[in-house]
Design a protein around this ligand. Structure first.
Ligand code: ADP
Ligand code: MG
Length: 682
């Protein structure tokens, strides 16, 4: 039995260097590549009865050439070929544009089958092609292949045929039999045959289901296998934490952890306990309670004598984290230190702080980028946690990691990654998901007003302020230019002052302020000295002011769904009913759909999925950056269900105890290792 995975296409008759190179450009190097180069659509070229044809349907018609074909040329390259076709007693006028050479194939009095678009009223056929003259050997239902300038679709079709004829007995099943039976998949040979040479649409659809499954499954299995191999190589720290102390600490937390929080704590702790390197992504919607999970993980490391570090993207956030952690952990005898641009300004304090860290007097260090810039040395760094990971570049993270031996890493993000993307792009990280919000949380009520309804917005604001709550009013960055951005936010600020002061004081926050100024305003808002905060999107990430219950977003259609969701996440953090007010007159359907989505759901994952559908998957992260693999048959968005099932199946097989010993997996393992070898050579 030959191995079609390694047999080059040049083994086929008629494939010399030139055709081989044309095929290579289409990604076809081996027989297997060719056999999985599937048609992108199918044509039904079965001859139809004239009375059954619908207007503008593409059909094959059989008839007798009743008049001599005439060719009329116009312009330099344009022409029109005309003749009458006699079908029973009906005369159909046939026109072919720009294919004058066809006239040679058309003899008056002969029977032909033509494929084209039929116009019922005019009783005419706009011809596309003449179908095979030999009517006995034809398949009515036929695939259409993507081609290139260098190789015609017809040639590809013939080569596929030849490859199938010569090698179909060598097509081995890669997907293990038990899995095929479980998901009622076709054998690989049946699938390939059905994709290329289906008898009808139904058979093509059947084959396609198996093809998509196979594609997703093999991709996922490849990722999982790779991760397993890497993991075996990567030694990491073993954090032998004190389970008893950890449990005591968890009991002291003023609330009960959600089921999801408990699950991810277990996942993280068991990773830390193993002597392998942890590289885990903790994903949870805004307000799902990631901070407490991070706190537990850091405390676990401390009980084993390791230091932990938490890096946040802004000073406001770092301070907020430090406050919370110190409150929770000081009673446990844990030392928490804050390292930000602010705290290291005083040279004496700075030296002292850094010395404490280096000597291991400090257990938990929380900070901003200053952690990287400053000459911070750790005594024994065991765990690194990165909050809001998308705010940091890869290098910043690497620099931080280099400060420890090979510390375990937990990355946290509130950006809900649609499952599709998480599955296809985060293959190298282990994923922990907090998929529920703490109980008793009231859903934020979202309303959408147009700009004329500003009166309603103001009365909602006033009503909430009268009850002692606080509010954010966000205006968008109109242009990239900071000047215009400022002007817009300042106008809004003035306007709010005019309407609400002196009864309620209004503050202003924007990106052009210094860190000190920003902090002052933020502190005033937190302390309740400001009732309304007019702001640009600088408050987008992480800020936690539970008394704020209204989020007004002006020109909301200028924001993407992910950002709107982030902004909305700033309210609804206490036990008061909260509101998100979108003010927008969207100019197009997409803007409208975004508003409707926000009103319809508060579920970040649903929103992220919707975002994906509205923008197209390539756009979400920028096509180049996204690292999304391009699939040949499957579409991760429309075939999400198959993707999920295939991922689970791949995970189960690769991680089964008998994975390597089970004879059923032999071909799969061979296949995967071949792919991995190819990948590492490329
Ligand atoms: P995020 O995931 O957005 O970072 P936080 O960690 O800031 O969320 O948590 C949001 C709020 O919910 C905080 O005030 C936190 O104390 C609270 N919280 C977290 N977990 C729970 C829980 N299990 N029950 C009740 N409140 C919780
Ligand atoms: Mg957070």
């Amino acid at each position: 039995m030959v191995d079609i995975l390694t047999t080059p296409v040049t083994e086929l008759k008629g494939v010399g260097p030139r055709k081989a190179s044309a095929l290579n450009k289409l990604g076809i190097n081996t027989i297997n590549d060719l056999l999985t180069y599937f048609p992108f659509r199918y044509e039904d070229v079965g001859v139809k009865d004239l009375t059954a044809v619908q207007d503008h349907q593409k059909v094959a018609l059989k008839g007798i050439v009743a008049t001599d074909p005439t060719v009329i040329r116009f312009g330099r390259y344009k022409s029109r070929l005309n003749f009458n076709l006699l079908i029973d007693h009906n005369v159909v006028r046939v026109t072919f544009f720009n294919q004058p050479y066809l006239s040679k194939k058309l003899q008056r009095g002969e029977e032909v089958i033509l494929y084209g678009t039929y116009d019922v009223a005019r009783q005419s056929l706009s011809g596309i092609k003449i179908i095979a003259e030999d009517t006995s050997q034809r398949n009515d239902f036929t695939g259409v292949y993507n081609s290139s300038k260098e190789i015609k679709a017809g040639t590809i079709k013939k080569l596929v045929h030849q490859a199938y004829e010569n090698y179909h007995e060598s097509i081995r099943d890669i997907i293990p039999g038990s899995l095929r039976r479980k998901f009622r998949l076709l054998s690989r040979e049946q699938m390939i045959k059905g994709m290329h040479f289906p008898v009808n649409a139904e058979e093509a659809t059947q084959a396609r289901r198996t093809a998509i499954f196979e594609e997703f499954f093999l991709f996922q299995a490849g990722l999982q296998e790779l991760r397993k191999l890497r993991r075996q190589e990567q030694q990491g720290v073993k954090i032998d934490y004190d389970n008893k102390k950890l449990r005591e600490f968890i009991q002291q937390i003023p609330f009960e952890l959600t089921k999801a929080q408990k699950r991810v704590v277990n996942e993280i702790c068991s990773d830390m306990h193993r002597p392998i390197h942890m590289n885990r992504l903790l994903q949870g919607d805004v307000g799902s309670g990631k901070t407490i999970v991070a706190t537990i993980a850091m405390y676990a490391a401390v009980t084993a004598g390791w230091q932990s570090v938490l890096m946040a993207p802004t000073e406001i956030l770092a301070e907020q984290h430090a406050d919370k952690l110190a409150t929770l952990l000081s009673p446990m005898g844990v030392n928490v230190a804050l390292v930000t641009g602010n705290t290291v300004r005083n040279p004496r304090l700075r030296r002292e702080l850094l010395t404490h860290i280096e000597h291991g007097d400090v257990d938990i260090i929380i900070g901003t980028q200053a952690l990287i810039q400053e000459r911070v040395h750790f005594a024994q760094l065991g765990l690194v946690i990165i909050d809001e990971q998308h705010r940091f570049g890869v290098e910043q993270r690497q620099t931080l990691l280099a400060k420890g031996g090979n510390p375990d890493v937990l990355t946290m993000t509130a950006t809900p990654i649609p499952r599709t993307l998480a599955i296809t792009t985060y293959g190298e990280m282990d994923l922990s998901v907090i998929d529920e919000l703490p109980a008793g949380r009231k859903q934020v009520q979202t309303v959408w007003y147009n700009k004329k309804q500003v009166g309603q917005v103001r009365s909602l604001l006033r009503e909430q302020l009268d009850q002692g709550a606080q509010a954010y009013v966000i205006s968008p960055l109109i242009e990239k230019s900071a000047v215009i951005d400022l002007k817009n936010a300042e106008e809004v600020y003035q306007n709010l002052k005019d309407h609400f002061e002196p009864r309620y004081s209004v503050g202003l926050l924007h990106g052009n302020m210094t860190n000190d100024e920003k902090n002052q305003v933020m502190q005033a808002f937190k302390a309740g000295e400001l009732a309304i905060l007019a702001s640009t999107t600088v408050i987008e990430v992480g800020v936690d002011v539970p008394n704020a219950t209204v989020m007004v977003i002006l020109d909301a259609d200028r924001f993407g769904l992910a950002q709107l969701h982030q902004l909305r996440g700033r309210v609804g953090r206490g036990d008061q009913q909260s509101y998100c007010v979108l003010v927008a007159d969207p100019k197009n359907d997409f803007g409208k759909k975004r508003m409707e989505t926000m009103v319809a759901t508060t579920n970040g994952f649903v929103i992220a999925q919707k975002d994906l559908e509205l923008r197209g998957q390539g756009d979400l992260l920028g096509k180049k950056q996204s690292g999304l693999p391009s699939f040949k048959v499957g579409d991760p968005v429309t075939n999400l269900n198959i993707l999920q099932v295939a991922q689970q199946a791949a995970h189960d097989i690769i991680n089964a105890d008998d994975y390597t010993t089970n004879n059923e997996n032999r071909v799969l393992i061979e296949y995967l290792h071949q792919q991995i070898d190819n990948g590492s050579r490329a």
